[in-house]
Ligand binder design. Structure first.
Ligand code: UDP
Ligand code: MG
Length: 153
């Protein structure tokens, strides 16, 4: 099983979509192993978005991401990183297919509802960036046999 980092962005908090977006991840069959609300500062956002530091929108993006607290989540499941990326859809909400989270809730590239790790390497780095070890929970997933075949887990 794999873990991935999800951020529900300020627009999701302000628009009252936390429940709807979280519900999609739950209904898919992913297991929630970490959850908290946090106000992200410039330092952590500069780290998190370091791959975009030379882009003209870097400042705007950081300003938007620090405009109100966000919801940080860690989800677990088989191939969780790629499964969540498929669920959220491509970056630009206007181009994201209907049925994806961004496709259904976003009209923007920047204001695109949700962040999710894009590789297993980055997932590990991002989970460690936003969660302390004691904030992540190991517990029995009681419905796991209804979600996976016995040779899939
Ligand atoms: N972003 C933006 N303008 C762009 C590209 C990206 O404002 O032209 C923002 C957008 O919020 C995106 C984030 O920067 O989610 C991170 O960009 P990335 O390319 O990593 O896209 P993602 O992995 O979120 O799909
Ligand atoms: Mg990305």
């Amino acid at each position: 099983m794999e873990r991935t980092l999800v951020i529900l962005k300020p627009g999701t908090v302000q628009r009252g979509l936390i429940g709807e977006v979280t519900s999609r991840l739950e209904k898919k069959g992913l297991f929630l192993v970490g959850l908290k609300m946090q106000w992200l500062d410039d330092q952590i956002l500069s780290e998190h978005y370091s791959h975009l530091k030379d882009k003209p929108f870097f400042g705007l993006l950081k300003k938007a991401m620090s405009s109100c607290p966000v919801v940080l989540m860690c989800w677990e499941g088989k191939d969780a990183v790629s499964v969540v990326r498929t669920l959220i859809g491509p970056t630009n909400g206007r181009l994201a297919p209907a049925g994806t989270i961004r496709g259904d809730y976003s009209m923007s590239t920047q204001e695109n509802i949700i962040h999710a790790s894009d590789s297993t390497e980055n997932a590990e780095i991002e989970i460690n960036r936003f969660f302390k070890k004691e904030e992540l929970f190991d517990y029995q997933f009681k419905l796991i046999d209804s979600i996976y075949a016995s040779d899939e887990k």
